[in-house]
Structures are given as structure tokens and as C-alpha cells.
Design a protein around this ligand. Structure first.
Ligand code: SAM
Length: 248
């Protein structure tokens, strides 16, 4: 997968070289290219922002550098298919595991993390008229810039790419993963030693009985979801639950 990020702080994205993502890049599974938006400015101060029309506090990112940057990416050394352009903004649609799965199917993603009060609206309109442009929020809070949301989204997407996780099954039972645990949070997990500070691992997990273990995991997932995110349970169709689930 090819990922381009246009930002005024390319150094903010350095964690993309670390751990899982760093390995995926080194192995050629992920081709990440960082671009400094200021390289598409033409004044002495490399200005990317200006005062908002209509007044008010804060500054707005000027459309010209973004237009030049996106045009350059679209005209340059690029994948054949057009990119999905992801615009991080608190006013976007929520970023979910479902969206991560969808984006992981795209060959090319372009991220446009903003600063200040965001990007001049005309940029989103201009590219939205000819490309798949998604305005996406990572949560109901406001950060100073879109770089941290890009790190969040790239990591969530990249770990779904074939070959990125050591064990391809690892994300099968994750919270929110499609399948038997759909819409549920993952339950608690344990490793060795079998007893730590007087606390034993639940007996069922060392029983070797796969059916009982699967049932226990689902029960725990249901319990945790009911406690922490009851709205996820309420959003499920009744047939998503078996008789045992309802008793849990
Ligand atoms: N005035 C904007 C608003 O209230 O919607 C907030 C602008 S914020 C200070 C600057 C930039 O940070 C945004 O344009 C976006 O790129 C990024 N950002 C902040 N919070 C975000 C969130 N929850 N999800 C995605 N991006 C976010």
C-alpha cells in the first residue's frame, strides 16, 4: 500500500519508522512518503495560513499550497488507481474499525493533516468533486493538529494489511473485528506464569477445551461490552445473540 502524508510537521510522523510500521516499510509492504506542505509555498516566509473570512479567532490554512501539493502527488510517480484522500477533522465521520478495514483495501491513501482552524473548505470541495475524499474524526475531542490522528489511522489500517502482523489471525478476535465477536470488545487476556501475586489464570483457559474456552471468551466479551460500551450491545440485531448470550 502507498501512503502519502502532506503536513507542515513531517518530523511529527517519525513514529511511522518504528515497530510494526517500521518493519512493514522495511519489508516493502508499506510505502510511506512524507511531504512538507511548505515546499509548495512561494513567499519568503513559506506562509500556509491566513485570517478567516468572516472574522473570528485563529487562522485558516490557505488553499493554494494544498492544491499544488495534491496536484503534484496526482501527477507524480503514483499508483495507477486514484487515492482515497483522508482529511482528519473533528467535524468528520468517526474513524471506526469498519472504516479501517475499508481503507486497508485501498491501494493508495493520501492524508492531509491540518493545523490552526483547518483547511479552506474549497480544497475539500475541489478534490471531493473528482476523488474519494473522506473527512474523518478520531474522536470527540479537539487536538492541535491532524498528525496524531494520521498516526492513529495509519497504524489501524496498516496492521490489517496482509503480511504486516506476524500472525495473520491476530486481529481476528480483536475488539470490533467482524465475525463471531462483531461489535463486541475483546475480553481479558492472560499469559504465563499461571499464578502471579496469588492471582490465578481462569481455570478454563488452561483446560485445553477449545469449546469451553471460546464460550468463556464470548461471555467475557459480552460482560465487558455491557459494562464499558452498552450502546454497542443495544445497536446489535437480536439474532446476533444466542440463548447463552442473553443469560450472560
Ligand atoms: N476548529 C476545528 C474544529 O473545531 O473542528 C478544529 C481545528 S484543530 C485545532 C486543527 C486540526 O487538527 C484539524 O483541522 C484536524 O486536522 C486536526 N484534528 C484535531 N482534532 C481532531 C480529531 N478529533 N480527529 C481528527 N483530526 C483532528
Amino acid at each position: 500500500m502507498r501512503i502519502d502524508v502532506v503536513t507542515i510537521f513531517p518530523e511529527y510522523l517519525e513514529p511511522l519508522n518504528v515497530s510494526l510500521l517500521g518493519k512493514a516499510r522495511a519489508r516493502g509492504l508499506l510505502d510511506v512518503r512524507l511531504h512538507d506542505l511548505r515546499s509548495w509555498t512561494h513567499d519568503r516566509h513559506h506562509t500556509v495560513d491566513d485570517t478567516p473570512y468572516g472574522g473570528g479567532p485563529g487562522m485558516v490554512m490557505k488553499p493554494e499550497p494544498w492544491g499544488e501539493a495534491l496536484d503534484a502527488l496526482l501527477a507524480g510517480d503514483r499508483p495507477e488507481a486514484d487515492p482515497v484522500v483522508v482529511v482528519p477533522t473533528p467535524s468528520g465521520r468517526p474513524f471506526t474499525q469498519e472504516l479501517a478495514v475499508e481503507l486497508a483495501g485501498a491501494p493508495w491513501l493520501v492524508f492531509t493533516p491540518a493545523r490552526y482552524e483547518g483547511i479552506d473548505r474549497r480544497v475539500i470541495e475541489e478534490y471531493g468533486a473528482r476523488l474519494d475524499v473522506r473527512e474523518v474524526s478520531i474522536g470527540d475531542y479537539v487536538l492541535a493538529g491532524g498528525e496524531a490522528p494520521v498516526l492513529v489511522m495509519v497504524e489501524a489500517v496498516a496492521r490489517l494489511l496482509p503480511g504486516v502482523l506476524g500472525n495473520a489471525e491476530s486481529h481476528r478476535d480483536d475488539s470490533f473485528a467482524p465475525g463471531a465477536m462483531a461489535a463486541l470488545l475483546e475480553g481479558p487476556v492472560y499469559t504465563k506464569p499461571p499464578e502471579w501475586r496469588g492471582r490465578a489464570v481462569p481455570e478454563v483457559l488452561v483446560s485445553g477445551h477449545h469449546g469451553r474456552i471460546a464460550r468463556w471468551r464470548r461471555d467475557e466479551a459480552l460482560r465487558r461490552t455491557t459494562l464499558n460500551r452498552p450502546e454497542l450491545i443495544e445497536g446489535c440485531e437480536p439474532e446476533a445473540f444466542d440463548k447463552h448470550d442473553r443469560e450472560t
